[in-house]
Design a protein around this ligand. Structure first.
Ligand code: ZN
Length: 379
């Protein structure tokens, strides 16, 4: 009995819960020191400024975006009935000038990628887009092209002559719930397509390129016919364990992941993950695409909360233990199947580090103060 109590105590000492992200060994601070900066979503980013100084900046993302009604007087607003949720009292936040139209509109057109991989990196589920991926994404730039920044269109408001430069898509990934709040409405998910304006387009962007991100809201629906099959392909392929990759079989039409109406809010912000670098040109579409509850649940499983071993020895023991348990489950109830709901819920197996998923997760940063930044609406 005493030996049993002791082993239970040892187990408890070595196993500690973390959220949405895995520390290889040790606690939060030790892991951060070792990895040169580790983060998770336990506090929705409120704890990041302590470890990542740029997260304390004045132009951080996400933000609350205004309503498209009164603030957008004179501009075409999207139809209120275009999504399932009911929006009451849209809030106009902190934008004393109201919304203005940008001097010229960005355009977003994407092609098809064949057999793309999807990566569970412990923070999000990400689809890298290859260098030869066909797209036509253009952003307007004001002023001297030799010195202009990717965010220059925001400075001139609705006047000024624009030159278009290309932005190359690099990857797309997801958050739950949404990071941006649109018209006072939090959506269950948000997709980000990350692009870079390269040096050959804008010399001021340098070797790293200027990041330009497109945000697309995902609204919940019971109507299966509203859900693009392309979104189903992506979410059903998502590996549920951190560090795993999977292949999305066949062609993925990225353009079908966007709504037809590409009206957007645009503002200058930051990466919504550490190191929270600023100078990023955000576009957030005013209209959502749709997701069903089963797909949302599957994504929440993929970014779930983990219980992880805090030493190499405990990790090895826990992985062995979990594998034995998983093997037993497989024998008793047939092969593990994470893809459907037919056999009822089955928790995903422990990963190679011995981490066991405890609960569905989330990966969003809380909204940041807008301050004196300008938001434009292109409708
Ligand atoms: Zn993101």
């Amino acid at each position: 009995m005493a030996a049993r109590t002791l082993s239970l105590l040892v187990f408890v000492l070595f196993i500690s819960a973390s959220s949405a992200c895995i520390y290889e060994f040790g606690n939060r601070d030790e892991a951060a020191a070792k990895a040169g900066g580790h983060y998770d979503y336990s506090y929705n980013g409120l704890d990041w400024p302590g470890s990542f100084p740029q997260c304390r900046g004045k132009k951080q993302s996400p933000v609350m975006l205004p309503g498209t009604g009164a603030a957008a007087e004179g501009l075409k607003a999207p139809a209120a009935e275009s999504f399932d949720g009911t929006v009451t009292n849209p809030t106009i936040l902190n934008n004393t000038e109201g919304l203005k139209a940008p001097a010229a509109k960005s355009t977003f057109d994407y092609g098809t990628v064949t057999n793309p991989i999807i990566i569970n990196n412990g923070h999000t589920l990400q689809v890298p887009l290859p260098a030869d991926f066909k797209s036509d994404v253009k952003i307007p730039v004001l002023g001297d092209i030799a010195t202009a920044k990717a965010t220059s269109v925001l400075q001139a408001g609705s006047s000024g002559k624009a030159t278009y430069v290309k932005a190359a898509p690099a990857q797309l990934h997801f958050h739950t719930h949404s990071e941006h709040v649109v018209s006072g409405y939090v959506y269950p998910m948000e997709m980000h397509i990350v692009h870079f304006v390269k040096k050959d387009q804008l010399p001021a962007c340098g070797d790293a390129g200027c990041p330009v991100v497109l945000g697309v809201m995902l609204a919940l629906t019971n109507d299966e016919s509203k859900v693009t099959p392309e979104l189903r392909k992506v979410i059903e392929a998502m590996p549920l364990n951190e560090g795993r990759n999977a292949t999305i079989q066949g062609a993925l039409d990225v353009d079908a992941l966007l709504p037809k109406d590409r009206s957007y809010f645009t503002y200058e912000g930051s990466l919504t993950t550490p190191p929270c670098s600023e100078g990023l040109l955000w576009h957030v579409l005013t209209n959502p695409i749709y997701i069903t509850d089963d797909l949302l649940t599957r994504y929440q499983e993929a970014v779930g909360n983990y219980d992880c071993p805090h030493s190499a020895a405990a990790a090895a023991a826990a992985a062995k233990n979990a594998n034995a348990k998983n093997a037993k489950v497989t024998t008793e109830s047939g092969p593990a199947d994470n893809s459907g709901t037919e056999g009822g819920f089955q928790a995903p197996p422990a990963d190679a580090k011995g981490c066991v998923k405890l609960a569905d997760g989330h990966n969003y940063r809380a909204a940041q103060p807008l301050g004196s930044r300008t938001i434009l609406l292109a409708a």
